[in-house]
Design a protein around this ligand. Structure first.
Ligand code: FAD
Length: 800
């Protein structure tokens, strides 16, 4: 071990070894992995080694596919056998809803280019896996590239290949302390102190403690997990092929062949956390006693699904632990506020995801950003609220128990909620508000009559008419919308304007004006679909998506300059939006100053009733609207005054569902669907806001896109011939037999009476009138490319 490396990776499990491999392969050779014990000594040695295609986040599914393709490569590069058994895999559904969901999941796979899957009937599934009982099954999905690996061999293959690329591996050396220095980190180990520019926490079961050594509280916890390996099953001995890896979604189990027996793994509802503060340092390569009482229900289902298990004994029980984040996805990337400290932990399926995690992290460290959109596993997708132990316990537990349970798009899960509530929350609840969640915050979805319960559904739900009525109010009268769920950053200081001008690709707004502002990465990908407000007194606001608060703050801090202060106002400022043609009448009744001159995209300070507010005349609904920002302490009073003042105009409270429907009718994209860090300005139409005459972050890449051949796919609006369900996102778009794109988001436009979607499609299919098809919950539907903004294309309503 040298005294200095460019990168020290802590942890020799599958994830640390993969990070090391990717760094060295991509050219950073001066990298060292330090392992407390021996390689694999955490969760990795006793994993079931299953590799399995499905993931609810398509970007992560794509990275899983990358890992699966990589496995034979590292075997070749290292010369280390990884025991790869590519048996193919089945995912089976046993209820009509689940079967519909699986069919939709299959279409998502098609969208993201995972082509080696197909849907199968129960009969076909029974032939593919003859030891599985297909009783109650409605259908399944077959994937060619599923199977399992030898876990120890795989970790050694990553590490061996890394060493061939010049990396160093040091075993039997525990990292004891971490200290940040002016230009990196001091890593104090049992065998001496090492300095480095970057340190990577790949500590698996110990990731929590490695975080704390650097003053970081990571939202991660280990949970216990069982699998059994059976004695030899005579029926398997007779087969001349290995049965496929099989997931029984209804049964909470996964299964693969293990020699001539079966390995059955269980995600039990009655989950059990372990060592929430991180595993003990003296925890060796040990297992826990099996707890068959706790997993009895799922075990029984497993034995019914694979009846041969009833006739043979259990050869081995494995009850081990591995780690989960609140949403089950990894925690990867640079930790906000800790320059040079990177995480690659909470990887729940290291053998399946480790390759993608290693690749993305190495790209991030070397090139400044990963190639793929990895927001779904970015450590900065969580804020400080997720450090709370109970929050972590509830959310990780919920994820574990629901590992194979489908979540409907309109379903609200209870863990970790309610946490943060806008001050008017309780009064709004009394008024019938049904709540969703964004980050830590409760956000209003819609207002329903007493006793109403929304049924989870893939199709249009029983809240359809309620949302329709709120849309009608927004389009014809005036609606009141709690806008606490937007992010707000205050930018001030002598260099505020210069800094904003550099990080935003658009022109800046003049005094008392607001402007849409794309923010780009150095590589020319989108980093934000923001609104910049110039209050005219030297202070500016940046407004965006609430749940990106920590993510955007990390970006701002990474690009900080002297003479600028950026403050997240998310704990201080909230507000209400007045939306609809009658909104001006209502606000005029309360404004102490003349607000009638406030033009579209104008902003300023106004006394609304007795409250000092900052008002901007804009609305994502495409109607005339005012966003009225107030201090937290004024939220309740502001709501009361606005409702009273609007009574004569028939004001009604509305929620985000109506906002989403109305924005779709305007073809207004939103972050995470139309706009992501995987897309460019040219693809998304964001280029129309770019000021090409100035310098800004990402300009050379944006110019290259503008002056090149143009993006292969561009954003269009589709009208879909759907009847009882709408597109939701990632459905493939077809022109005949050719896949030409995918839906980014969809829904019903209540004012236009149309099922609408926005989609990224090949440019030659993007012309108005192009006849395409889209798969919507089990059915192929005709979809026509229509002109953007089917509601009020000239934008007269919002400018009125
Ligand atoms: C029963 C069971 C079944 C599973 N089945 C599957 C499966 O089928 N498919 C799949 O993909 N995944 C499966 N997993 C999950 C898989 O094991 C984990 O996702 C994976 O092992 C995580 O790897 P890791 O490198 O992040 O962590 P770990 O394997 O825990 O490695 C972390 C390493 O860091 C080292 N370390 C920690 N602190 C220090 C320190 N201070 N100094 C030096 N070294 C340190 C540890 O010694 C350890 O070796 C299963 C897990 C279990 C328990």
């Amino acid at each position: 071990m040298k005294s200095h490396y460019r990168v020290v990776v802590i942890g020799g499990g599958v994830v640390g070894a993969s990070v090391l491999y990717h760094l060295a392969k991509m050219g950073w050779k001066d990298v060292c992995l330090i392992e407390r014990s021996v390689l694999t000594a955490g969760s990795s040695w006793h994993a079931a080694g299953g590799i399995h295609a499905l993931n609810a986040d398509p970007n992560i599914a794509a990275l899983q596919a990358y890992t699966i393709d990589l496995l034979p490569e590292i075997e070749k590069e290292s010369g280390q056998n990884i025991g790869l058994h590519m048996t193919g895999g089945l995912t089976m559904a046993g209820t009509p809803d689940r079967w519909e969901w699986l069919q939709s999941a299959y279409r998502v796979f098609q969208s993201i280019g995972i082509e080696d899957c197909r849907l199968v009937t129960p009969e076909e599934a029974g032939e593919l896996n003859p030891i599985m009982s297909t009783k109650g099954m409605l259908g399944g999905m077959w994937a060619d590239r599923e199977g399992y690996v030898d876990t120890t061999g795989t970790v050694h293959a990553y590490a061996g290949a890394a060493k061939k690329h010049g990396a160093t591996v040091v075993e039997h050396n525990q990292v004891l302390e971490l200290h940040q220095t002016a230009d990196g980190w001091q890593v104090v180990t049992e065998k001496g102190t090492v300095t480095c520019e970057h340190v990577v926490n790949a500590g698996g079961l110990w990731a929590k403690q490695l975080g704390r050594m650097a003053g970081v509280e990571l939202p991660v916890s280990p949970l216990k997990h069982h699998y059994l390996v059976s004695d030899t099953i005579p029926a398997l001995e007779k087969l001349d092929f290995e049965v496929p890896m099989t997931v029984d979604l209804e049964g909470f189990t996964y299964m693969r062949q293990d020699q001539k027996g079966l390995l059955l793994g269980i995600y039990e509802v009655d989950h059990e956390h372990w060592a929430m503060d991180g595993a003990p340092w003296n925890y060796g390569m040990e297992l826990f006693q099996e707890d068959t009482d706790r997993i009895e229900k799922e075990l029984t289902l497993g034995f019914e699904r694979y009846p041969d298990l009833q006739n043979v004994g259990v050869k081995t029980w494995v009850n081990g632990a591995f780690t989960f984040s609140p949403d089950g996805n990894p925690l990867v990337g640079p930790v906000p506020g800790k320059r040079g400290y990177w995480t690659a932990c909470a990887v729940m399926a290291g053998f399946l995801q480790g390759g993608g995690v290693g690749k993305s992290l190495a790209e991030w460290m070397i090139y400044g950003e990963p190639e793929a959109d990895v927001y779904g596993m970015d450590v900065a997708r969580y804020g400080d609220f997720a450090q709370n132990k109970r929050y972590i316990r509830e959310t990780t537990g919920q994820f574990y128990s629901r590992r194979f349970v489908m979540t409907y798009p309109n379903e609200q899960l209870p863990a970790g909620r309610p946490l943060k509530m806008a001050p008017a929350h309780d009064a709004m609840t009394v008024a019938g508000c049904k709540w969703g969640t964004s980050w830590d915050l409760e956000v209003p979805l819609y207002f329903a009559p007493q006793g109403f319960e929304e049924r989870p559904s893939l199709k249009r739900s029983n809240a359809f008419d309620i949302v329709a009525e709120e849309c009608r109010v927004i389009r014809n009268g005036v609606g009141l919308l709690d806008i606490t769920g937007f992010s707000r950053f205050e930018v001030s200081g002598e260099n505020a304007k210069g800094w904003l001008d550099e990080i935003m690709a658009s022109k800046l707004p003049g005094p008392r004006r607001a402007k849409l502002a794309p923010m780009l990465s150095e590589g020319g990908k989108l980093k934000g679909d923001l609104t910049v407000l110039n209050w005219g007194d030297g202070t500016w606001w940046i407004m965006g998506s609430y749940y990106l608060r920590a993510w955007h703050m990390r970006w701002f801090n990474d690009h900080m300059q002297d003479g600028v202060t950026v403050r997240d106002l998310g704990e201080e400022i909230c507000g209400f939006g007045l939306v609809g043609p009658k909104s001006q009448q209502v606000i005029e009744k309360l404004a102490e100053q003349d607000i009638s001159h406030l033009k579209f995209m104008g902003c300023g300070e106004f006394d609304i009733g007795m409250i000092r507010t900052k008002v901007a005349r804009m609305s994502v609904t495409g109607e005339k609207g005012y966003e009225i920002n107030c201090r937290y302490g004024d939220h309740i009073a502001l709501r009361r005054m606005l409702l009273e003042a609007g009574a004569g105009e028939g004001i009604r409270e509305c929620g985000f569902n109506a906002m989403l429907s109305t924005r779709l009718e305007k073809s207004f994209g939103i972050w995470s669907t139309e706009f992501t860090q995987g897309y460019t300005p040219g693809m998304t139409g964001m280029d129309r806001w770019i000021d090409w005459d100035k310098d800004f972050v990402g300009k050379s890449a944006a110019v290259a896109e503008r002056d090149g051949n143009g993006p292969a796919q561009i954003q269009v609006t589709l009208e879909i011939d759907a009847t009882d369900a709408d597109a939701s996102g990632y459905e493939p778009v077809w022109a005949g037999d050719e896949k030409v794109g995918f839906v980014t988001s969809g829904g019903f436009g209540h004012s236009t009476g149309k099922s609408l979607a926005m989609a990224l499609v090949n440019r030659d299919q993007a012309g108005e009138g192009a006849e395409l098809t889209v798969h919507v919950v089990g059915t192929e539907r005709t979809a026509t490319v229509i002109a953007p903004s089917p509601y009020d294309p000239q934008g007269k309503a919002m400018r009125a």
